[in-house]
Design a protein around this ligand. Sequence first.
Ligand code: IPD
Ligand code: CA
Ligand code: CA
Length: 246
Amino acid sequence: MHYLEAAREAAQAAGELLRARFEKPLTVNSATAHDLKLEVDILTQDLITKILLGHFPEHALYGEEGIVGDQSSAHQWVVDPLDGTVNYFYGIPHFCVSIALRFRGEIIVGVIYDPIREELWSGEKGQRPLLNGEELHVSTRAALAESVISVGLSKTSATIDAGLPLLQEMVHRVRKCRMLGSAALDMAYVACGRLDAYIEQGISLWDIAAGWLLVETAGGRVEMQPRPDLPDKFSIVASNGLLDLR
Ligand code: IPD
Ligand code: CA
Ligand code: CA
C-alpha cells in the first residue's frame, strides 16, 4: 500500500472516532494548569497505530501518547492523534488528526484531517499538496500590516512567558493575531493561505511534522529551532515566505 493512502486511511478513521465522541461525556486522565489529557487521546492513537503498523509492521511510530517499535527504523510515523485536546473537551469544534511519515529523518508524507469540517490536507515530498483533492498554496500577502497570523502560547509557564512578548509586539504590527488552539490546523491554514503565518515557542515534533511538509510544498517557509531550555521542544515560525517577521 502507498504511504500517503495509509496515512489518509488512518487520519479519516481517527477523525470518525473523534467526531463520534465529540460533545459526549469524556474521561479526563490527567489535568495540569493549562492542559488536559483525555482517554480519547489514547484510544485515537491506538486506532492509528493499529492501521499504520498493520500495513507496515516494520515501521516505528512516534506519537504524543507513546512510541511503538524501533525508533531507529528508517520509517517512522509521527502522530498527534488529537491536536486541540482542550478545544475538544470544551466543545469547541476546532481540532484535528495529524500524521506524518519520516524516512531517514526526512518528512516525506503529511496528512491533517479536521473531522468537523471534513477537510483533509495531504502532501508528499516534491509534489503540490491538496485540500480535499484540490491543489493548495500559501497566501501571496507580503505586507505584514495586512497579515493575519496565529500565535500559540503552548501549555507551560515557560512557553507562555516566552510567547507573550512576541504576541505583544506582533498584535500591533499585523491586522489580527489569532490563537486558535491547534498547532497542526494553524500549519494547515498557513499552507492553504487562510493564515499568513504561525508562530509558537515550545511545540513538539508531532504537532507540526505533517504541517511542515504541507507548508513547504505549498510554497511557504518553516523555521524550527530546538529550545535549549526545554528538551524535545521547538520554536517555530511558519509563513508564506513573503512576510518579514523579524
Ligand atoms: C497543543 C495545541 C495547541 C498548542 C500547543 C499544543 P494538543 O496540542 O496544538 O494549539 O498551543 O503547543 O501542544 O495538546 O492539543 O495535542
Ligand atoms: Ca498537539
Ligand atoms: Ca495531542
